[in-house]
Design a protein around this ligand. Sequence first.
Ligand code: ZN
Length: 324
Amino acid sequence: MASDIALGVDVGGTKSLAVLMSRTGEVLEEVTTPTPHDPSRGAGEAMAEVLATQIRELTSRHGSDPATVPIGIGVPGLVRRDGSLAYAPNLQSASGADLPAALAERLGNHSVHVENDGNCAALAEFAWGAARGIDDFVMVTLGTGIGGGLVANGQLVRGRSGFAGEIGHMVVEARGAPCHCGGYGCWERYASGSGLGRLASLAAAEGRLPTLSVRAGAPELVRAEHVTAGAAEGLAEALALLDEVAWWLALGISNLAAIMDAGHFVIGGGLSVAADFMVPSATTYLADLVEGYPMRPPFTLVPSAFGVRAGALGAAVVAFERAG
Ligand SMILES: [Zn+2]
C-alpha cells in the first residue's frame, strides 16, 4: 500500500534539513543539522550517520517506522539515474557516496531515493507550490551558486545520465570569471549569492559603492550582504548593482527560454531577498534579450512558495513518486 507519509532531506553545503511530509504537502515534522565534512572517512559515511539520526528522530516523533517510510534525499551535485552521487563540488567528502546502501545498512530501509537538489525543488513547486498546473517551467535556485530543475511537458528533464538542469554552469560570458567547476563565465559567477559578492567587490574596487565601502570598512570588505542590506533601505548604489545582477539573471533566463520555450520561472534559494529587487528589472530586460519576445505569451518570474525548504519538500515528492 502506498505510504501516506514520506521523508525528504536536503543536504546542503552547510546544513541538512529533514522534513516528514504528508502526501498533501503538509510538513509534519522537521529538523536541521550541520552537514558533516569528514574526508578521513569513506565517501559519505559521516553524512549517512547524520541522515540516519535525523530520520530516526523524525519518525520517532511521529511514531512511525524508520525502516518503512519512503525517503528522498536531495544533494547538490551530479546524481546518476541509479541514485549514486557522481560529483558534488560543494560536498567533496560525499562524492561517489552510495547513500541508499549506507542507509539500508543503518535503518533497514530499502526505499531511499537520491536526486539533485535543484530537481527536488522543481518537483516541490510542481506538486504543491508556485508551478502547480504548469507543465513547462524552470526552477532557478539562487544560493551560493545557481541550481535548477527543468520541467517540460509535465516531466522533469533528467537527461542521459540524470545530470540535466545544471543551469548554473551555463556559460553566459565567453572566457569570463573562473568557476569552481573548472570552467569560465558560468552563470552562477554572475547571478548567484557568490556572483553578487564577486560583482560587489569589483564595483567597490572601481569606486561605484562609496557608501557601502565606508560601512564595510574598506572597498575590499564589501560583501553581498552589504548590498542586499543597502538595497533594503533604498540606497541607490546598492540598487544599481542589483540591477546589474538582474541583467545577468535575465540573460540566463533568456537562454533557458530559447532552449526550453518555458515562460514560467520560479526563483528560489537563499538570495531570494535580493531577488525581490531583481525580478522586476529582470522581467523588463527579457523584452530585449528573448528572441521573438512580442510573439510569445507573457513571461512570469515568481518567488518559490517554499523558499530554502523547497529542496527538502521536493525530496519527499521524489520519495512518494518512486515508492509508488
Ligand atoms: Zn561552472
